[in-house]
Ligand binder design. Sequence first.
Ligand SMILES: *Cc1c(COP(=O)(O)O)cnc(C)c1O
Length: 227
Amino acid sequence: MLARIRTAVTLAGRPADAVQLLAVSKTFPAADIAELYAHGQRDFGENYVQELAGKAEMLANLPELRWHFIGPLQSNKTRIVAETASWVHAIDRLKIAERLSSQRPEHLPPLQVCLQVNVSGETSKSGVTPEGLGELAQAVAALPRLKLRGLMCIPEATNDQTWLSEQFRQLRQLQQALNTQGLQLDTLSMGMSGDLESAITEGATLVRIGTALFGTRTISNQAQGTT
Ligand SMILES: *Cc1c(COP(=O)(O)O)cnc(C)c1O
């Protein structure tokens, strides 16, 4: 996996350390996470709050492990995330950000956050619209216990390479526009197992990889993951 990322980074003409790997461990058991940790991986992504809480408890003995919450977050579940995660990637409403900020424990560093942007325009997709992004970004950046790091997207699944690249490029252009307006966003969370090369070409700084690392998610490991 690291070789695949390295190759894409080199082909894109970017520095060797430009892209970070987030291992998306949802539905896979804690033992799989511990194994990757033993090989040096430190950042792991989860989509479901209960699953995150369970694994965080089981793996509390791994001191350098950082949890990234990458799924949609409901307001009644923000507390566990505020107390457990280092990063949250899919914020698209101010109310969720406000709750995370007020619930972030004082003894922990600020929660690192990305705003999810709906770059495909699909009505079924979560994410703030490109038009609504500026206002949300300024409001989130002002919250005391959050640190706004960047933007995240899940593009429309497509075989059209041009359309795929355009969606990633739009996220980068939105980041640049916000930085021109005084924000300092250094993170573009984009690219998954099927499209990481395209995302890296367009400027991803963090790719979220599940299947290509852990294997296919099946019904049985999903059941395991959610208990
Ligand atoms: C599951 C998931 C991933 C990982 O997807 P793969 O195709 O398995 O690499 C990345 N990002 C989000 C938001 C996810 O839900």
